[in-house]
Ligand binder design. Structure first.
Ligand SMILES: Cc1nc2c(=O)[nH]c(=O)nc-2n(C[C@H](O)[C@H](O)[C@H](O)CO)c1C
Length: 153
């Protein structure tokens, strides 16, 4: 079992290091990591992780900036990641933390760490313990900010 981690230098938080650390806390698996400049470089890097480095799942970690051009880049990157998943029949967990989700630098760093770590656990569950995710179905999980919880009537 091997998990790939791809992150970016554009990000203001070392999301890759956090992902590796969290995976190590939950599973004894091989981890491959590479860093690319920005989110639009993630799709091909993730595809290479799957096809050339035999990863069973990959985390794509990125931080889109707050201006319209950044949001466009993030959307394009997202589409590339979906395409890479379909081409390889392999999950790529997209972990994007938009700079404007946070009200200040402190919250940005906190949010990036929490979302990265929670999605790292999701990646481990997807490949090693898929039944654990079935148990969480419909529970309104969120990665980063608080869970929404199940809707009640
Ligand atoms: C405008 C822009 N915005 C972002 C961003 O918000 N977040 C990010 O990670 N990368 C951005 N980039 C860089 C591109 O993703 C990519 O790295 C370059 O176009 C080189 O391929 C660009 C060019």
């Amino acid at each position: 079992m091997k998990i790939g981690i791809v992150d970016t230098t554009f990000s203001r938080v070392n999301m890759g290091a956090m992902a590796v650390d969290e995976i190590r806390r939950h599973a004894s698996v091989a981890v491959e990591r590479i860093t690319v400049p920005g989110v639009k470089d993630l799709p091909v890097a993730c595809k290479k992780m799957i096809e050339e480095r035999a990863c069973d799942i990959v985390m794509a970690l990125g931080m889109p900036g707050g201006v319209d051009k950044d949001k466009m880049c993030a959307h394009e990157a997202s589409q590339g990641l979906i395409k890479a998943q379909l081409m390889t029949n392999t999950h790529i967990i997209e972990v994007f933390v938009h700079e404007d989700e946070a009200k200040n630098e402190n919250e940005l760093a906190w949010l990036a760490e929490r979302r990265t770590r929670e999605h790292a656990v999701n990646a481990v569950k997807l490949v090693l313990y898929p039944e654990a995710l079935v148990k969480e179905a419909g529970t309104g999980q969120r990665q980063g900010f608080d869970d929404a919880g199940p809707a009640r009537r």
